[in-house]
Design a protein around this ligand. Sequence first.
Ligand SMILES: Nc1ncnc2c1ncn2[C@@H]1O[C@H](COP(=O)(O)OP(=O)(O)OP(=O)(O)O)[C@@H](O)[C@H]1O
Ligand SMILES: [Mg+2]
Length: 263
Amino acid sequence: MKLEVVGIEVMYKGIILVIKGISLQVNEGKIVALLGANGAGKTTTLKAISGMISTEEGRVTSGFISMDGRHTENQNPEEIAKLGVIQVLEGRRVFEHLTVEQNLMAGAHMRREGIKTDLDTVYNMFPPLKKVASRSCGYCSGGEQQMVAVGRALMARPKILLMDEASLGLAPMTVIEIYEAVKRINKELGVSVLLVEQNAFTALEVAEYGYVMENGRIVLDGTSEKLKNNRDVKHFYLGLTEVGKQRSFRDVKHYKRRKRWLG
Ligand SMILES: Nc1ncnc2c1ncn2[C@@H]1O[C@H](COP(=O)(O)OP(=O)(O)OP(=O)(O)O)[C@@H](O)[C@H]1O
Ligand SMILES: [Mg+2]
């Protein structure tokens, strides 16, 4: 599915202008990253695309969003989901009292047929989930819960996945495992992906194109190669020092937490 966002503004509660005219594109079968610091407007952009801003009194007040040429801005989230636009929310919101498999099946609530095949597809993408299929999600590790969150989105048969900060708070090995699965979902199932990440290094390894947001605007875009070599991106988002030494993953997470406190 091809997603086009053209010059959109997004306002909350009719007065708070958060997105100030951004355009971006995810071509059929591509993985694209959306980067930016805390509060830049990344989550709002994803929710504008999935229609979920409406649940927070948000609206696209200018510009348009189209899926394969069909306008979707300000439609309700169920209608947009039916077109195959599925968002994986930040913070892996699983149903803790339901089992892993029940959580996955919740992603397929809009239909009855093909559930078994789709569950097999999810277990094939995330082998660790097969072993814990009947475990309560509340007892699963953070990594397993994130796999469930992505797996549940897969059960909805997405044409494009919108992923919000899937790596947050997870161990580096788990992050690799999850993004390897995202690459396979893209390649083998042909699902387009728009991913939001604080961890720009991971994002630019997975995506082939990226946009950088700041304060409700896109300030930079280009191929992942180009962005990785951009001085500002290196400095602010990749955590590289002047001599090119990479800061540890823990530092990057710590930085985010600190910024949240200050913000
Ligand atoms: N429901 C809401 N009502 C009013 N303002 C909101 C709402 N949600 C977000 N905002 C504001 O919109 C701006 C962008 O927030 P958003 O969550 O989209 O940023 P983000 O880039 O995802 O940040 P983070 O990295 O912290 O997740 C912030 O200033 C935030 O306070
Ligand atoms: Mg966010």
